[in-house]
Design a protein around this ligand. Structure first.
Ligand SMILES: CC(=O)N[C@H]1[C@@H](OP(=O)(O)OP(=O)(O)OC[C@H]2O[C@@H](n3ccc(=O)[nH]c3=O)[C@H](O)[C@@H]2O)O[C@H](CO)[C@@H](O)[C@@H]1O
Ligand SMILES: C=C(OP(=O)(O)O)C(=O)O
Length: 420
């Protein structure tokens, strides 16, 4: 049943919010468990629809999964590399990690192209080039990729772009290849380090994760272990922006402040007051904000996944802000919906030009996860009150654990209703 979120504007968020484990780590760590011969236990696992779908996929492939609150144990010992050309793999982006993990363990995988948030074409040519460099043959059969290798051999791989997905997918397959793989121009996102940490605990030999050169010495066997997932820096950032947008006072707990630096710096530049503790950040909103220019870049730059929520806050700054996305040239599906709410913004090339404006409540539609977050934040920050109806909640559920509960405990009036 499809649902919409009803969001009442004008209430400052106040209190403390706990951040769950990272979605973009979880959806890589779950398939990484395929590479082990014995059980892998993941702690701090977020309750998200992407995680639930991944669990079903691994069960279909023969894994036994025990998921209790935020802990999941995956026993991959009886798994097989069954073809998955359609169905569940089309529901999420990160199903592409099945390719690297199944290739590493079984030497073959037949997997449909990934789904998820298609705010623009999202090619996986670099993943395929990586598998081919490791000695795999890749063919496209009726829209599914058939990937096979008699023997995976280590190789030197230069990524044309520092792709998160390609870096992790190559690490997965190369962990079980013969010899050494070097990934140059690797992505440096914290989730890459999280995946390498798990793989090393499983017996892999990976060095340099988090830098642009990653060295993977293949091993013949990997085993189970226990691993705690890093906090979700995008959820954390969304609540930080929400605190500023509603002129609230929110402590975001269970975060790694270092992961938030690019956002923290931009919020401070706008005039938001921020206090960093060891594992939490307090954000105190102010009556007036200055406009700023924001460039979404690969880590440690400003995260593209926070670009859409940031657009909602920039509506409230004095003057003109320019928000440019250097990772995705066309990730602006939220802009026309924000304009429906009275925002003065337009898209020019890969930038949104945003003028300060008064938002008002409206009926809007989320067509991807972070666009959805942006619309919820806009609804919360409508100063004149009123109810904003955000449809497309299924996208928001991909990435925000307990959103309604969390916002309500911060004093917001938010609830779900079924969409007729
Ligand atoms: C599940 C997951 O972790 N998703 C994240 C991951 O997505 P994802 O792994 O899909 O993003 P990438 O880092 O691969 O994409 C970065 C850029 O490289 C391009 N590209 C990528 C691969 C490829 O083979 N060819 C190619 O041209 C993309 O179109 C994009 O312009 O990183 C993105 C960038 O931080 C985030 O927005 C997503 O939340
Ligand atoms: C784009 C995102 O996720 P995915 O790559 O899983 O679609 C996101 O988390 O903002």
């Amino acid at each position: 049943m499809l649902e919409k979120l009803m969001v009442v504007g004008g209430r400052p968020l106040r209190g403390t919010v706990q951040i769950s484990g990272a979605k973009n780590s979880a959806v890589a760590l779950i398939p990484a468990a395929i590479l082990a011969e014995t059980s892998v236990t993941l702690d701090n696992l977020p309750h998200l629809s992407d995680v639930a779908i991944y669990t079903e996929i691994l069960t279909d492939l023969g894994a036994t999964i025990d998921w209790n609150e935020d802990r999941m144990t995956i026993d991959p010992s009886r798994m097989k590399s069954l073809p998955m050309p359609n169905g569940k793999v089309k529901k999420l982006r990160a199903s592409y990690y099945l390719m690297g993990a199944l290739l590493g363990r079984f030497g073959e995988a037949t997997i449909g192209l990934p789904g998820g948030c298609n705010f623009e074409p999202r090619p996986i040519d670099l993943h395929i080039k990586g598998f081919e460099a490791l000695g795999a043959e890749v063919s496209n059969e009726n829209g599914a990729l058939k990937i096979r290798a008699k023997e995976l051999r280590g190789a030197k791989i230069y990524l044309d772009m520092a792709s998160v997905g390609a870096t992790i997918n190559i690490m997965l397959a190369a962990s079980r290849a013969k010899g050494v793989t070097i990934i140059e121009n690797a992505a440096k996102e914290p989730e890459i380090i999280d995946v390498a940490t798990l793989l090393n605990s499983m017996g892999a030999r990976i060095k340099g994760a988090g830098t642009e050169t990653i060295r993977i010495e293949g091993v013949t066997e990997m085993h189970g272990c226990r691993h705690s997932i890093i906090p979700d820096r995008i959820q954390a950032g969304t609540y930080m922006i929400a605190a500023a947008a509603t002129r609230g006072d929110v402590t975001v707990d269970n975060v790694i402040p270092k992961h938030m630096e690019a956002l923290t710096a931009k919020l401070q530049e706008m005039g938001v007051h921020i206090y960093e503790m060891d594992e939490s950040i307090r954000v105190v909103g102010q009556p007036e904000y200055e406009s700023v220019d924001v460039k979404a870049l690969v880590y440690p730059g400003f995260a593209t996944d926070l670009q859409s929520p940031m657009a909602s806050l920039l509506c409230q700054a004095r003057g003109v802000s320019i928000l440019t996305d250097h990772v995705y040239s066309n990730r602006f599906k939220h802009i026309p919906e924000l304009v429906r709410m009275g925002a003065k913004m337009k898209v020019e090339g890969r930038s949104a030009i945003i003028e300060g404006s008064q938002l008002s409540s409206a009926k809007v539609r989320a067509t991807d996860l972070r666009a959805g977050a942006s619309l919820v934040l806009a609804g919360l920050s409508v100063r004149t009150g009123g109810i904003t109806e955000v449809s497309g909640v299924e996208f928001i559920d991909r990435g925000y654990e307990n959103l309604v509960f969390n916002l309500s405990s911060l004093g917001a009036e938010v609830w779900r209703e079924s969409e007729e």
